[in-house]
Design a protein around this ligand. Structure first.
Ligand code: GAP
Length: 440
């Protein structure tokens, strides 16, 4: 569905930029690497945190009806039986009898091995959950799972959150955290990995209002990607057909992004009905219903879920922001991030390393550090320093030059337009704050 052959070398260029500039490294690289696990470098960790904060603030700070939690990754193993994951969270797996490669049967267009043309085995179901043991004895009674979604940590805390928050239906619970899936065919850099982060929100509604809230969250979530600065032409919805629906969902839409490797899911919006709360209620005997004081009605809420991948959103931001252009006969690579998520917001340079310019520039840098993540550089020609900042997506550079010594003004240089203008040094933080716009 919609997959295009790789049409350009953007992914190769991005992966190499990410390594070279310190965004993303392969896990355990000096040991030869571990497949489909990734480490965030100094810039990656900033970018990822900025995206996470932007999601978190949009979901919690800007609203009155969503509370946050941070549940443990290891949960009671019965949770995953109740949720249907032990039985149903599987992918069909086939092996090549000849070259021993493994594939997801549902992702193959052919009946023979795409690697070597060999014969494939019959498909068998493979559970995606990672298992480990709790305590010193490695027997079946000690098995626990690394959570494959963060959602269950929200459902089991439904009553815990309801009581102290004094929320009423409709309301939501948000969580960001790691999830783990033993994917059969991970790949496309950080798009599909075995350890990743999800940003999930579960919105509890009256069963008669599920459709209304489903539509509402579809729109909210789509608009969030626009607010993140993602190109509208590269976003679309994909409605799940009956064969695609997860075991818990009555209806589902994906928000998809057109990556260099084709249109792919970025986020799922699901109507999970009362599936999860009813099953947990049945399994534990704990009454997970809601009592409406006004109508005197008691009901098990329906859940509208928004489930986004943080690493996938990060890849989207990188792919969407990447461009390479020719400026005055020279190649310029730019990551055109929205200032909200740029890992470094401002770079400060003395034009030359003399005449007291470094001292002034360092003082400005120290002052700006109280407001923004900044970077100081006094090495090499200023044009090269600008280019280096373009390549990591720094939206503003500030340069101290000889005029600064006379009138205490500095030059602001903008990444996208490359426009330059002077402002008074003492107004710099204020001017930059206005340029960057609100945090979310
Ligand atoms: N709680 C519902 C749920 O987990 P999902 O569609 O399986 O739904 C939601 O996953 C999102 O999590 C996906 O849209 C994707 O962004 C992210 N995700 C899922 N598997 C992933 C993987 N192996 N690597 C990176 N991100 C993944």
């Amino acid at each position: 569905m919609g997959n295009k052959p790789v049409k350009d070398d953007t992914m190769d260029l991005l992966v190499s930029l990410c390594k070279r500039k310190g965004f993303v490294f392969q896990s355990s690289e000096i040991y030869g690497g571990v497949n489909s696990c990734w480490d965030m470098g100094p810039l990656g960790v900033e970018l990822k945190r900025n995206i996470r904060d932007f999601w978190w603030k949009t979901m919690t700070q800007a609203r009155d009806d969503i509370e946050g939690v941070d549940a443990a990754i290891l949960m009671h193993p019965q949770v995953w039986v109740t949720s249907g994951h032990v039985e149903g969270f599987t992918d069909p797996l086939v092996d090549c009898k000849q070259c021993k490669s493994r594939f997801r049967a549902d992702q193959l267009d052919t009946k023979v091995c795409p690697n070597c043309g060999g014969e494939l085995t019959e498909a068998r179901q493979f559970n995606l959950m990672f298992k480990t043991f709790m305590g010193p004895v490695e027997d079946s009674a000690a098995v626990v799972y690394l959570r494959p979604e963060t959602a269950q940590g929200i459902y089991v805390n439904f009553l815990n959150v309801l009581a102290p928050s004094r929320q009423k239906i409709p309301f939501g619970i948000a969580q960001v955290g790691k999830a783990f899936r033993n994917e059969i065919s991970p790949g496309n850099f950080i798009f599909r990995s075995r350890e990743f982060e999800q940003m999930e929100m579960q919105y509890f509604v009256h069963p008669s209002e599920d459709q209304k809230w489903f539509e509402y969250w579809k729109e909210q979530r789509y608009n969030w990607y626009l607010a993140l600065g993602i190109n509208k032409d590269k976003l679309r919805f994909h409605e799940h057909g009956p064969g695609e629906l997860a075991h818990y969902a009555k209806a589902a839409y994906d928000i998809e992004y057109e990556f260099p490797f084709g249109w792919k899911e970025l986020e799922g919006i699901h109507n999970r009905t009362d599936f999860d709360l009813s099953r947990h209620k049945e399994a534990t005997g704990v009454d997970l219903s809601f009592f409406n004081d006004e109508t005197k009605e008691r009901f098990v809420p329906y859940i509208i879920e928004t489930s986004a991948g943080l690493d996938r959103t990060m890849l989207t931001c990188l792919a969407d922001a990447y461009r390479s252009e020719i400026v005055r006969d020279e190649k310029r690579v730019v990551l055109g991030f929205s200032p909200k998520i740029a890992p470094i917001k401002v770079a400060v340079f003395p034009l030359v390393k003399k005449d007291g310019m470094p001292e002034i520039a360092r003082k400005i840098y120290r002052d700006l550090q109280r407001h923004f993540k900044c970077f100081y550089d006094e090495k090499s020609a200023v044009g090269r320093r600008y280019r280096r900042m373009d390549e990591i997506g720094t939206p503003f550079c500030v340069t101290v030059d000889s005029q600064t010594l006379e009138d205490q003004t500095v030059t602001i240089r903008e990444r996208d337009s490359m426009e330059q203008y002077r402002v008074a040094a003492e107004q710099l933080a204020q001017v930059l704050k206005e340029k960057m716009g609100p945090a979310f």
